[in-house]
Design a protein around this ligand. Sequence first.
Ligand code: F6P
Length: 372
Amino acid sequence: MGKQKKSEIARIAISTGGGDAPGLNAVIKAAVVAADNRGWEVFGIRDGFNGIMNPGAYPEGGAIRLTRRSVQGIAHLGGTIIGTTNRGNPIRFPVPQPDGTVKEVDRSDELVAGLARLNIDALISIGGDGSLEIAHVLARKGVKIVGVPKTIDNDLEKTVATFGFDTAVSFATECIDRLHSTAEAHQRVMVVEVMGRYAGWIALHAGVSATADVILIPEIPYDLGKVREKIEQRERGGHRFSIVVVAEGAQVKGGERSVVEREAGKMERLGGAGDFVAAEIHRLTGKETRVVVLGHLLRGGTPTTFDRLIALRFGAAAVRALEEGKSGVMVALNPPTVEYVPLAQATNRMKAVPLDCDTILTARDLGISFGD
Ligand code: F6P
């Protein structure tokens, strides 16, 4: 495809923020090539917005030129060639105070000024709820910006899917499949903890696909007595092993989420939900239990075809949006098309698993327990 007519945009920047997800490089590739086709220059901001907020930390520049050549052969690679971070959110920047406390400060004006210094006409911000919220603030301050939804957690409203989720679910399903034989051979309860933050999408989709026996998700606080009942019912039926999938954000009825780190300016870090469930199952049933935490393995690897394709479509759609003069919007999958939704709507609230959704009903029909 030859160069198209130049619009009023000459220079754009791309940033990837939050936890990485397979497909980020595919978005970058599509956006860079589509922009280059329009005669635009593209810069990649290093590590979320750090390259702008703290350019001194990057001897080679906080924003690097991205060319067709620099994005060759990257669409199938996990990670992001420009780096990312889920720390130091510029609209809630952590500033240590003399009394030892940490105050969150809005530094978005510095970000706007930094973009202007680099003569950036428009920005493509790829990220989850945090990055899209930053994008929304920048849009309100007059920055031309289009958001691209990314997260393995699938917890973003207004898009049927985010890239990264399908890859994470596929890998988790394969891992759970593999655990069946060892669980059965040793007559154990295998507890598998998966990421997903405050939503149970990964646990639900992988757990149902791999026919787990129990799935514990944040949307349904669980009762350990019910988990025990399910395991003992299986024992009576001659199945002396069980597979329990636990979302990292799951919580026991009347209890709290398992958190390993909570600090101002940092996203709360979840962990330990699987260990807790395994210890309780052992205490209640006397059965030997083992825990597998899939954790960051779910964020790695080659994006599945589904994720790669929507990532490429999102990247190209973001450039088309800027060309059409759109701003303050997020590209969103609404099959069969990619559409644009206002950032205000996209960042309104988290997309939790609806308790009456077909996948939950299917799980219940298959006899899978949610511990309720
Ligand atoms: O939001 C993506 C995610 O992978 C969550 O599922 C998880 O809770 C979190 O990021 C982990 O973040 P970190 O990389 O800081 O451990």
